[in-house]
Design a protein around this ligand. Structure first.
Ligand code: FES
Length: 502
């Protein structure tokens, strides 16, 4: 919980905005930019504000987040209350968006517009020299793609606001770096919002991407043109084409391979060779980024991201007092709890049966199911475990759908390249423990980092890569998961911490 007493606060009056929450009205007034909000789930507590004068009746999530004295003082979660009337508020003054003033002059710039975080790499041709990242300033409008799109679809002004935020951000980075050659990759929805294009076909069936990408665009007068790799489909974006471009140029690439790019959206490609690709995607929610979870946070000081089990108990690497768990921290902890039997294969917290488990187990009950306590501030609840079961099920069914479409079996795959937030930081043995990957892939998994960013950086200056990317769409076949026979049944069956063979 934040130390609200010591926070600097600002007095704000918001007008009545029917159909919006107080958090959305504040977002539209310029607040909450760059904060990792769960955007309405009522779990992160980042949207806490104090109502001056009469406050709305506390909701169940307020009772969980605030002690009685703070509730009496008017503290509420802004995302859980309606802005259908005007309110007078005290809002914590937020820190400036970090990381946008690099101070280094570089001619080339690649940006990866993630739903949760924006990352960028700058340098000279052939040599990225600096990588930076910041929370996407659009987060308060929805912490994952579908809620972000729902906000964009709520009116032209809403979409325009998301567009302006994205362009402002990109412009700030371009100017900080003084880049001349620039490429931007990202999910189809992020690219549509960057370019202020219609988002209806991304939000509602029949789905289609509003723009094919693969060309230079002018984002704003006075800025250099920006290259955007091809958008391969409504859910297979420029991030994947950039990633394939990056892999294609690696000297030791092995075919057939699977590229698994796991973030808020999971995108998967099976490449049989350099001209035959099958691609699919599945929404994952922001759990992997540490967002929308009861003790979750993006990586930072005090955020636990890796655990080790020793005969003396659990150990973690942070020296700061523990305040939260990153997405990778959840995976690491979950894998240990699975190995010692404290979490069952179907995601329930159970009674300890071994001496080591008994030593570790500080079990409790909560409104979100049974919990395992790690420190006073850090604990894992069954509700959060379920979020990771959904992610795991998505990975499982996506990989199998691609294999089926290409007519291959698990043993035919020469390499599995793990990219994105999970692929970058998670330990592969934890992914096997939790059944994200089949045992047959044991020696074939390779963590390749942020392929989207690496591809965007290269595409910023490499015209040969841009030519290759221009031909890529004709070689990619899209596989729709929901059109797979018995998709729903297989998805539910895969919601276990064990690989599920169809
Ligand atoms: S609790 Fe309100 S945005 Fe997370």
């Amino acid at each position: 919980m934040l130390d609200r007493v010591s926070q600097t606060r600002q007095h704000v009056c918001i007008p009545a905005v029917p159909g919006r929450t107080v958090a959305q009205a504040l977002f539209e007034a310029g607040f909450f930019l760059g904060l990792p909000l769960c955007a309405g789930a009522g779990v992160c507590g980042q949207c806490a504000v104090r109502f001056l004068g009469p406050a709305p009746r506390p909701c169940p999530e307020d009772y969980v987040k605030f002690p009685e004295a703070e509730l009496d003082g008017g503290w509420r979660l802004a995302c859980r209350h309606s802005a259908s009337q005007a309110w007078e508020l005290e809002v914590p003054v937020q820190p400036a968006i970090p990381g946008t003033a690099s101070g280094l002059v570089h001619s080339c710039l690649g940006l990866d517009l993630g739903t949760t975080r924006i990352k960028w790499a700058s340098g000279i041709p052939g040599r990225p020299e600096k990588e930076e990242a910041a929370i996407n300033p659009q987060m308060a409008a929805g912490s994952e793609i579908m809620s972000r799109l729902a906000y964009a679809e709520s009116g032209l002004a809403a979409r325009e606001r998301l567009h302006q935020l994205a362009v402002d951000f990109v412009e700030t980075v371009i100017q900080a770096v003084q880049a001349k050659d620039i490429a931007v990759s990202g999910h189809a929805a992020m690219i549509a919002l960057l370019l202020n294009q219609p988002t209806h076909g991304l939000a509602y069936a029949p789905y289609h991407a509003p723009w094919p990408g693969g060309s230079l665009v002018c984002l704003r007068a006075g800025l250099p043109d920006v290259y955007i790799p091809p958008v391969l489909g409504p859910f297979i974006g420029a991030d994947i084409s950039a990633g394939l471009g990056h892999l294609c140029w690696q000297p030791d690439i092995r075919y057939p391979y699977i590229l698994a790019d796991l973030g808020t959206n999971g995108e998967f490609v099976l490449a049989v060779d350099n001209t035959h690709f099958w691609a699919t995607s599945v929404p994952m929610g922001p759990a992997i980024e540490g967002v929308g979870l009861l003790c979750g946070s993006p990586a930072g000081a005090g955020v636990l991201s890796h655990f080790q089990l020793t005969p003396h108990g659990l150990h973690w690497n942070n020296i700061e007092p523990a305040t939260a768990l990153s997405g990778t921290g959840y995976i690491s902890l979950l894998a240990i709890l699975r190995r010692i039997g404290l979490v069952s294969v179907d995601g329930h917290v159970g009674a300890p049966t071994s001496p080591l488990a008994r030593k570790l187990a500080v079990l409790g009950e909560s409104a979100w199911g049974k919990t395992v306590r790690i420190t006073d501030a850090v604990w894992m609840a069954e509700r959060d475990i379920e979020e990771f079961l959904k992610v795991k099920a998505g990975v499982n069914v996506a990989i199998q759908a691609l294999l089926r479409a290409a007519g291959l079996g698990l043993s035919d795959i020469a390499a599995v390249y793990m990219a994105g937030a999970l692929g970058e930081y998670a330990e592969t043995h934890d992914l096997f423990t939790l059944g994200f990957l089949p045992a047959a892939f044991d020696t074939r998994v390779q963590v390749v980092g942020n392929t989207s960013l690496a591809g965007a950086f290269r595409a910023s200056y490499d015209r040969t890569l841009q030519d290759w990317l221009a031909r890529l769409p004709q070689h990619v076949r899209l596989v729709s998961l929901v059109d797979q026979p018995d998709f729903a049944t297989h998805y539910v069956q895969a919601m276990r911490f064990a690989w599920h063979d169809v």
